[in-house]
Design a protein around this ligand. Structure first.
Ligand code: DGL
Length: 268
């Protein structure tokens, strides 16, 4: 069955971090309806087992498919690393994921083909970025580094904090030593500390924000498949979460860069 161009784009993440992708989509595709799902009750995924992450991922994809979305976007790098193929195999609509988009953007901007990737332990252990980059550029050298403390630091709002800077210096030292010219921000939360990461990595290193790359890839897919919403009216934005933590509104608005309304709580 062909998807309806008037339907929404379904975006999902383990929590609030995927709103960085929603924000990029709103800017790139201002007439598209968006349904967002954030599994705020079970976040973080990045330190969970592959089986658990895969099970949660399928559950969320099914939820969004029942909302008749025209395309599914796996905004969470951890879910994409572990379960993108499972979602693709089961979905009757196109499925895009941040790893594909981030890897493609990294290959386009890197001149030396020495590429660094930072992400959660699950993402780094899966080697999904290295595989995606090598599939496009066989000779690339990929250096991956897990940065588990970045997610809680961003959730705490310590975007410019000295503790975050020291943590970044510690995590990134081996990546800098490898002389990479490109660093992929392989986690939904990292675009929020982009200025800090930039100053730690140094001017010569390009940072690939997978949220922006994702929005570009989505625009290309919708155009190619005739799925762009023909309506020029203000679109609907709906947010589904599995819990509303105390700081949800503040953090969500910081990720989104605008006020967060229409938040529905799903009880599983
Ligand atoms: N959304 C996750 C990612 O992009 C980060 C948060 C988590 O660990 O669940 O990898």
């Amino acid at each position: 069955m062909r998807s309806d161009p008037h339907s929404a784009i379904g975006v999902f993440d383990s929590g609030v971090g995927g709103l960085t992708v929603v924000r990029a989509l709103m800017e790139r595709l201002p007439f598209e309806h968006i349904v967002y799902f954030g599994d705020t009750a079970r976040v973080p995924y990045g330190v969970k087992s592959v089986e658990t992450i895969a099970h949660y991922t399928q559950q969320i994809a099914q939820f969004l498919l029942e909302k008749n979305v025209k395309v599914l976007i796996i905004a969470c790098n951890t879910m994409a690393a572990v379960a993108a193929q499972t979602v693709r195999d089961a979905a009757p609509v196109p499925v895009l994921d941040v790893i594909e988009a981030g890897a493609q953007a990294a290959v386009q901007v890197s001149i030396s083909a020495q590429i660094g990737v930072i992400g959660t332990p699950a993402t780094v252990n899966s080697n999904a970025y290295a595989r995606a980059i090598h599939a496009q550029l066989r000779d690339a050298r990929v250096y991956s580094q897990a940065c588990p403390l970045f997610v809680p630091l961003v959730e705490e709002g310590w975007l410019e904090h000295e503790v975050t800077r020291l943590t970044a210096q510690e995590y990134l030292r081996p990546v800098i030593a490898e002389g990479v010219d490109t660093l992929v921000l392989g986690c939904t939360h990292y675009p929020l500390i982009k200025p800090l990461l930039h100053s730690v990595m140094g001017k010569g290193v390009r940072l690939v924000d997978s949220a922006e790359a994702m929005a570009q890839k989505t625009a290309e897919l919708l155009a190619a498949q005739g799925l762009l919403n023909p309506s020029l009216n203000q679109p609907d934005y709906d947010y589904y979460v599995t819990d509303v933590p105390v700081k949800f509104q503040t953090i969500g608005e910081r990720f989104l860069g605008r006020s967060l309304n229409d938040v529905h709580v799903v009880k599983w």
